[in-house]
Design a protein around this ligand. Sequence first.
Ligand code: GUN
Ligand code: ZN
Length: 432
Amino acid sequence: MADLLLGQVIRFQGDPFASDDAAQTMEHGAVLVDQGRIAALGEAADLRARFPMATVHDYGRRLISAGFIDAHVHYPQTAIIASWGKRLIDWLNTYTFPEEMRFADRAYADDIAARYLDLVLARGTTTVCSYATIHPESVDAIFAAAQTRGMRVFAGKTCMDRNAPEGLRDTAQSAYDDSKRLLEQWHGVDRLSYVITPRFSPTSTPEQLAALGALWREYPNCLMQTHLSEQPDEIAWVRELFPQSRDYLDTYEAQGLLREGAVYGHAIHLTDRERARLVEAGASLVHCPTSNTFIGSGLFDMGLARQLRVGLATDTGGGSSFSMLRTMAAAYEVAQLRGQSLHPSQLWWLATQGSARALRCEGRIGNIAVGMEADLVVIDLASTPAIAQAAARANDLWQAMFPTIMMGDDRAVSAVWLGGKRHEPETSGGGT
Ligand code: GUN
Ligand code: ZN
């Protein structure tokens, strides 16, 4: 039986970084969902008349959007989110690595994977692209939890064969073997995609990067994710570890880890050569604004969104929120500090189509269009008294959305649809 969702609809016909009329909004819109997909789209009155048998879900003035896509997260860092006071390398050693050690225990990994996905679903995120830990079981845990919920999820085993503590290191060979086995087991099963995942150059030898480059050549259709140029100290360390490399990007490029389908997190402190090569190679970047301010990394240049695929992400738990609304707010503020004012349509696009494009799945998710998978979020644009009184002054939908973008959280999420089914949370997921 089909479902007909009624409300204000936002969708994209193009890229708002490239044209001013890319976003389309419908005040009395309707989205018909049938067999997991968006089957029709239009004015509420028209679709009601055309599909009288459909079950109607009238969301009134609420906003119906594609679900949010968080293009760079570390689900194993869920429990250490908001840990005080360290820069990147300290933060990794003090909080991250000890926590990631615990994922040798499959039961613990299952617990956190379930907790994490429920937290993000409560915030309207319907797809994530996650790093696991070095433990293959941590990949099984997130994919199994995604399968139970019917979520489209990207994830991969994090590979590290140096500069990490005993118990969190693999080898070039075992990283290749484990990644390959997991890829064959999971990639393309249900809504799951395996991502080849070297953590970053400081924790991989050139041999390990080369082994993963070789694996990527064998499976060219999957994505490869890693970190790039997040903090100046990290870049200086990469220069010491790879004296023969031209720059940070070259440490990946030299091992076959730069081409379409490469997804680099952060990418803040880039050289001119790196920018040019990233554009030429058709790589994707992911902006992680709450993380970049929280860990003190720097201000991403949003001008890059005009040149290459840029997604938006929380970077849990380096980021300080699970919410893509909070992340849009941080993206807005970071851009302001760089003299760029992002329009609400650009922020919303980054959290949906932009991230989908970065993950090269824009034909399936991240927009409302006939034939696309029905992953949807319904947003209350007056979810708190503070937001409601500001939105009441709005003259158009963008003005009505902006207080929710800047001040909204999980209270703004009225409903989530996953693969055409209304997601019923098992617990409230409460809080912000
Ligand atoms: N660089 C390498 N690993 C990490 C991580 O876990 N978080 C962040 N923010 N940066 C990293
Ligand atoms: Zn990260």
